[in-house]
Design a protein around this ligand. Sequence first.
Ligand SMILES: Nc1ncnc2c1ncn2[C@@H]1O[C@H](COP(=O)(O)OP(=O)(O)OP(=O)(O)O)[C@@H](O)[C@H]1O
Length: 364
Amino acid sequence: MAVASDLSCHHLVRRFGDNIAVNDISLDVPAGTFFSILGPSGCGKTTLLRLLAGFDRPDQGDIVIRGQRMNDVPPNKRPVNMVFQHLALFPTMSVGDNIAYGLKRRKVPLAERQKKIERVLEQVGLPGLAHRNPQELSGGQRQRVALARCLVLEPTLLLLDEPLGALDLKLREQMKVELKHLQKQFGTTFVYITHDQSEAMVMSDQVAVMRQGRFDQVAPPETLYREPATPFVAGFVGDNNRLSGEVVSLRDNLAEVRLDHGALVAGQVAGSQLAVGGRADLYIRPESLVFTGDGLNERFSRLDATVRSTLFDGANSRIEADINGQPVYARLPQDGSAPGLAEGRGLQLAWDPQLARVFGAEAL
Ligand SMILES: Nc1ncnc2c1ncn2[C@@H]1O[C@H](COP(=O)(O)OP(=O)(O)OP(=O)(O)O)[C@@H](O)[C@H]1O
């Protein structure tokens, strides 16, 4: 049986003069899932979210929420709520009154209102704080009140516009995990926009990577990471090294590439635009690079490099190596097994070609 969709868009287009901010986007978000739209500044995320919320109208295409076409439905009549980066809590109202606001407008009776407010505050981890003023809360607590204020209205869809953007790094890390748990706990469908790939990856069931008004790829986070469909996704999602060269051979789904500085390396064919003699970019992640030692499989590709510096960052520690003037990053093994990596030392970096992806070179 097909999974019910809470939100479907069909061929949405929104133009501003010559600029096509949303360019023929179709999407489908199953009920109760966390869907993120990830992309760089200016790619059209906010425009798309505003179309979903009803603050703006598409030039073409349809928006369907739980089977109902929404194009002509005003924002306040859509089963949708929105959480903004700069949350607009009413500063002079208590937390409880802030949450009550939408319920009052819906004429929910007082006793029921109070019950709902208590319950939702418990669910977001702020039990008993209804009487507090928003100014007496931390940034993270205020963000949770903003969520509670939306979730108490039980919308079909919750739209979130970079809600963690204004929080400091540590709090953002913590709220990422909390948001994911809250979404599961409430079962509300979340559509979340962000330019922060880590936020999208940690929280989402599905991520759409957006570029210049279009989706490059829509997939679960792990698929985006392991099998990026385009060079843009390979470069935008997670850290990646890009090595450019010319395709020498194509066979068994492997591309051999002669890098510009002469080394012959290999990776999986990952695009339809590869041809022998054509330009190509090979992407290899820092954690897929190994420091060569004995017993390395002969299939592995190898590159001679020089250590530029060691970048110590706990579990994310890396070395920056130099390959003919180009920086390449490699994850340092966690078990301390890396050789002494003094600056200027020569070393060989190697990888399993199955872990590298080769795309035909294109203008990014
Ligand atoms: N009201 C408008 N009038 C004209 N152009 C607009 C309007 N709103 C957005 N645009 C343009 O549409 C494109 C997409 O903008 P949008 O705000 O949707 O991007 P975004 O991905 O949300 O960026 P950011 O992450 O910086 O908020 C941009 O080129 C922007 O200049």
